[in-house]
Design a protein. Structure first.
Length: 106
């Protein structure tokens, strides 16, 4: 989590509160870290951290959108911003799909 906080702080993003949400709480079996954050302006952020060796494809974009929908229902509110940290190679079509869906990729 500290790596995520440091990389966001270097980009000028400061948060009052960051809370980790367990994937088991959402009924997800993926190896993903999910965070709910509140910035100093009171806006909510959904932060996903994905670490895998294989390339992220279009099917993964749909999977993350489903996880985001489950997170919104579980926490009972929408998020102003969505961020995803990816350590794997990213398909160009998947990158475009993430951007069109409103994700910021780091």
């Amino acid at each position: 989590m500290q790596m995520i906080v440091d990389s966001l702080r270097s980009k000028g993003k400061i948060y009052k509160k960051i809370q980790e949400v367990s994937p088991k709480e959402l009924g997800i079996r993926n190896k993903i870290k999910i965070f709910k954050a509140t910035d100093v302006n009171g806006k909510f952020w959904a932060i996903f951290a994905v670490s895998q060796k294989s390339r992220l494809l279009m099917k993964d974009v749909h999977k993350f959108e489903e996880i985001y929908a489950k997170l919104s229902i579980f926490l009972n509110h929408g998020f102003s911003h969505k961020i995803i940290f990816i350590d794997a190679p990213l398909c160009s079509k998947a990158k475009e799909a993430f951007k069109q869906a409103g994700w910021k990729i780091y």
